[in-house]
Design a protein around this ligand. Sequence first.
Ligand code: NAP
Length: 291
Amino acid sequence: MLMKNRLTAYTKILCIIGHPITHSMSPLMHNIAIQDLDLDYVYIAFDVAPRNLKDAIKGLKALNVRGINVTIPYKEKVMPHLDRIDSLAEKIGAVNTIKLEGDLFLGKNTDAEGAIQALNDAGINLSGKDVLMIGSGGAAKAISYAIIQKVNKLTILNKTEQNAVNFANKLKKDFNALIEARKLNQKVIGIEIETADILINATPVGMYPYINDSLVSKEMLHKDIFVFDLIYNPLETRLIKDAKEVGCKTLNGLDMLVNQGALAFKWWTDTTPNKDLMKKKIIENLVHKKC
Ligand code: NAP
């Protein structure tokens, strides 16, 4: 049974910062986990305007805030304001979780591990696979670092070609893998998808309220490709719906979201949260539950 969350002068604070922030599911999933474990924590959301980011980080430390999640648009911008960043987050170039240790703010990236756990739980063996990644933003970078040592080939397609090329060049310096970067367009998707084993949508295309949008048409999909769409609102994007109709195995972004949150929670509180409960809470509160 869930215990009542009592807020007292002992209560430790966790939070998320972003801009905007009202769409975030993190307060819901973390507070339900806190209540479930009867921990003396509370998790709140702060909408931080870009001009205030540096002061906000300073203020959060001064107020002894124990843990912070960072979301769009600050996963990169927050990095210069931290005391230490772990090597994976440094390489990815994005921090999504901060922990106060003593008087130091430590940064890491739990998106990468969260995605890998989600793929493992979905029974996906990455070894030797050809992966087609659409997008080369923070999430695409985190997943690329997480999978690059296992896969045979990673092809990154991006709207702004240079962003994909820059990232691919960085990856090539660190790993001796087959990595290609190309400009995203329908013709290139059509060519690359034919030989791909796994397709990952790491763009916001298809996200609520634009639920009928998809960068990959149904005709391009083939039943042997596994489709991972990082979007979780809606749970079934147009891409996922089309892929299911073609007979593909699919995965939405919900498990990755819960996993990255659970990893942060464990780091902050040294306690393992109930992921099923966190997931249920998110599903109950999604604006758009099904296409
Ligand atoms: P980001 O850093 O802002 O990157 C966005 C990426 O999407 C960029 O590569 C951008 O291309 C591309 N893009 C944006 N609009 C596009 C359009 N109309 N057509 C084609 N490409 C477009 O964002 P992010 O943090 O990587 O997030 C990407 C997606 O993953 C979002 O939907 C987000 O909700 C989801 N996500 C899910 C989780 C999870 O836990 N499930 C975690 C993180 C992110 P350019 O470089 O050309 O701008």
